[in-house]
Ligand binder design. Sequence first.
Ligand code: 8X3
Length: 249
Amino acid sequence: MKTALITGATSGIGKATAQALAPNHRLILCGRNTANLTAIQDELAKITEVTTLTFDVSDKKATFDAIATLPANWQTIDVLINNAGNAHGLATFQEASLDDLEAMIDINVKGIIYVTKALLPLMMGKGSGHIVNLSSIAGKEAYQNGTIYCASKAAVEAFSKGLRYDLLSEGIKVTNVAPGAVETDFSLVRFKGDSDRAAQVYQGYTPLVAEDIANAIAYIINQPEHVQIADITVFPKAQAGATTIHKKM
Ligand code: 8X3
């Protein structure tokens, strides 16, 4: 059975992906909160073998140290789902706090570099493997108030493209996933707990749910070995672009 490591596995798309992959993967679930990781481990241990690692992807030392603690029987990784990521604030560049802007670079860009760099030695050398990076429609289109969030996701998309070249000779596939509007805690985090503002993002249409993206990820990684899905954008039916959503209020 293949082994998959998922970052940001305690909620949203990460948690739904863990649930979707459990029937045919051993799982290494990663997140910042041990209690939340244990809760999903307990749920999925009924289906598959599960272990957990607690670390913050934006902490370089913690990331490398945590991955170094994997027991010998978990040291061959077939699938890496780079899901951990966040938006901090939605404001013009001139008004946004530098701390918020840096947090998005630290988590969404530096975090994906640290995890991938730490994990690749456990994936290379067998002529197969698959890295799935969670970018966003925001990585394809920049929008007002989203400068550095969009820049961070554009960096993820460029990373996916470059990494695909670098890993060709290793036989490791790389897929970039670009979701549109998915109703998770994403907007609650972006708006720092303002639940009314977060709810408005998903009103007047049927947004995607985390399971929709998890289904796409399961489709991507369950393809035959010779098939590499390079890039996929998933919108709700009511969406045509990053900021174009048809709402019926
Ligand atoms: C989240 C989607 O459209 O809010 O990445 O940027 S969007």
